[in-house]
Ligand binder design. Structure first.
Ligand SMILES: Cc1cc2nc3c(=O)[nH]c(=O)nc-3n(C[C@H](O)[C@H](O)[C@H](O)COP(=O)(O)OP(=O)(O)OC[C@H]3O[C@@H](n4cnc5c(N)ncnc54)[C@H](O)[C@@H]3O)c2cc1C
Length: 519
């Protein structure tokens, strides 16, 4: 994952035509690129910012079928997602985990409804079930979740789903693409589409945002995997195209684990306004969310609204004996769902299907929109299959169902490092050889200096934000601490990547500004 070397390979490409060019380096684009490259297509992926900078680093971190979609009657979506959940846990065990959830039940009707409902969820998961669901009485529920409000509690319903680290999964996909012969580049923006005299797409015009150089790149199939930005690419194809995306914002807050004091997560299936709320242990903190607020503005850096934060804290406080307050929040993050627009009722995002949509324009632009992280592999397979069906690329078989990502076989001294897959032992070796690399970047954050250096060498971070928000999750775990760690991390990065002192200063100031959005 050496950006400069990959750009050189792109420049010196003797064939001058790619089979597949993917626009967008989130879950969808990276999944598509990996599917393509492992089928043997010459594949290039371009991301205008960093991998997973968009929605793909801002999820609830669940690998799930979606209990909520089952309640909405979207059974096919749930079955598909449960199947993909099973594959993701099998193929990326270092980044996923089996998470136990408890639904607190305060009425007998809730006990009945959720016990039956989750039995059905188990049934849909079939062989790929992660553990049976069952009812537990009041004292057992309080044993599992000691800080759950006891007044009126009848018991709890236990079930299992998957959990993961979204942006590390994205970087893992990017690395796997490169290791299989593809090129993936961050900070490389696609500005327009190239067409022939028959108005068929023949490639793209892109800009390296670091050097400012423009690139004309030919490709047989161009795939638009730009999430909430998909309509921008549609307009490059056809300036008169109608909007297909309706963004809906989802906010999460991160609080200290002392507010939950449990390894079980809480799932509130119906909040006051009919939403679902999760409180999930994650890297020693608790992620609480989410909201569903229709918006009109599409941006890479969405901002949580005050009422969204208040809603999350207020709802969590209804179920916890120690209600979290605004000053307890370690991080607030917002993400935009790329929901398919419903022309008849554009406001009704909660009712809009969470299913993905694949379209092929007359000029040959293949777009994949919507869906969820959990289903990224299946979405990718269907997208490439559609390109084959349309006769744009030759037929080749998908092999990602059993594609294993760097599963670690060597025992590690620090279990925390398993997120680096089969290369985690390299980090341990660095620390053994040079003890000061074992120092933490900040006393409130779990990351060592060795990890920062290793990431620079292996995972293409270009900015301080890439490192603190998406390669490590420092920003999401404790935004203020991540800002305080900025100078140490910037210095390590500058040394490793050959950046100057002014680079360090400007990165620190840029990152400090960004942190304001997360605090
Ligand atoms: C609040 C929230 C919680 C969620 N929780 C879950 C969950 O727990 N589990 C789950 O399975 N799913 C979840 N999802 C859904 C999941 O996160 C998304 O479906 C998924 O991340 C979308 O990925 P994407 O690649 O389509 O979009 P994005 O991640 O937004 O990626 C699109 C990329 O395209 C790039 N781009 C745009 N224009 C250009 C251009 N011109 N040139 C180059 N690049 C460009 C952007 O910079 C961006 O990085 C959640 C979504 C939200 C909003």
């Amino acid at each position: 994952m050496d950006r400069n070397k990959l750009i050189q390979t792109l420049l010196n490409d003797p064939q001058k035509q790619w089979d597949i060019i993917v626009i967008g380096g989130g879950a969808t684009g990276l999944g598509v690129a990996l599917d393509a490259v492992t089928r043997g297509y010459r594949t290039l992926l371009l991301e205008q910012s960093d991998f997973a900078k968009g929605t793909s680093s801002r999820s609830t971190k669940l690998v799930h079928g979606g209990v909520r979609y089952m309640a909405q009657g979207d059974i096919l979506l749930v079955i598909e997602a449960l199947h993909e959940r099973g594959m993701m846990l099998k193929n990326a065990p270092h980044l996923t985990a089996n998470q136990e959830f408890v639904i607190p039940a305060y009425t007998l009707w809730d006990v009945f409804l959720y016990t039956i409902g989750l039995k059905f969820y188990d049934l849909l998961a079939g062989r790929l079930s992660m553990g049976k669901s069952y009812f537990i009485n009041r004292s057992k529920a309080l044993g599992r979740l000691p800080l759950l409000k006891p007044e009126g509690l009848k018991g709890g319903i236990v079930y299992h789903d998957g959990q993961f680290d979204d942006s590390r999964m994205a970087v893992t996909l990017a690395r796997a693409c490169v290791e299989n012969g593809g090129i993936v580049l961050n900070y490389f923006r696609v500005n327009s589409l190239l067409k022939d005299e028959k108005n068929k797409i023949t490639g793209i015009l892109a800009k390296d945002l670091e050097s400012g150089k423009e690139f004309t790149i030919q490709g047989k199939l161009v795939i638009n995997a730009t999430g909430i930005f998909a309509d921008e690419i549609h307009r490059m194809d056809d300036p008169a195209s109608k909007p297909t995306i309706r963004p809906s914002q989802g906010v999460h807050v991160v609080i200290d684990s002392s507010f939950l004091q449990s390894s079980s997560a809480i799932m509130i299936p119906k909040t006051d306004d009919g939403r679902v709320l999760f409180a999930i242990p994650w890297y020693g903190k608790v992620v609480v969310g989410t909201t569903d607020t229709p918006l009109d503005t599409i941006t890479l850096e969405p901002k949580a609204l005050d009422q969204e934060i208040d809603f999350i804290l207020r709802t969590a406080g209804k179920y916890l004996t120690k209600p979290p307050k605004r000053e307890d929040v370690k991080c607030i993050y917002a993400g935009l769902r790329p929901l398919a627009a419903n022309p008849d009722n554009p406001e009704a995002t909660r009712e809009v299907s969470r299913r993905h949509k694949i379209t092929l324009s007359r000029s040959g632009l293949l777009s994949i929109i919507g869906g969820k992280w959990t289903s990224y592999r299946r979405m990718a397979e269907e997208t490439i299959d559609k390109g084959i069906k349309a006769g744009i690329i030759e037929k080749r078989k998908c092999i990602t169902r059993n594609f294993s990502f760097y599963s670690n076989s060597n025992p590690l001294e620090s279990d925390r490092l398993k997120i680096y897959g089969n290369q985690a032992s390299e980090i341990e070796k660095m620390i053994k050889e040079q003890h000061d690399l074992g120092e933490l970047i900040h006393q409130k954050l779990p990351y060592t200096k060795a990890e920062i250096i290793w990431i620079c060498r292996n995972e293409m971070p270009r900015t301080l934000e890439d490192m603190l928000a998406r390669r490590t999750r420092a920003l999401f775990l404790d935004a203020r601490a991540s800002a305080e760690a900025g100078p140490v991390v910037a210095e390590l990065m500058a040394k490793e990547l050959g950046f100057s002192k002014p680079w360090q200063d400007s990165e620190i100031s840029r990152f400090n500004n960004l942190v304001l959005n997360y605090t």
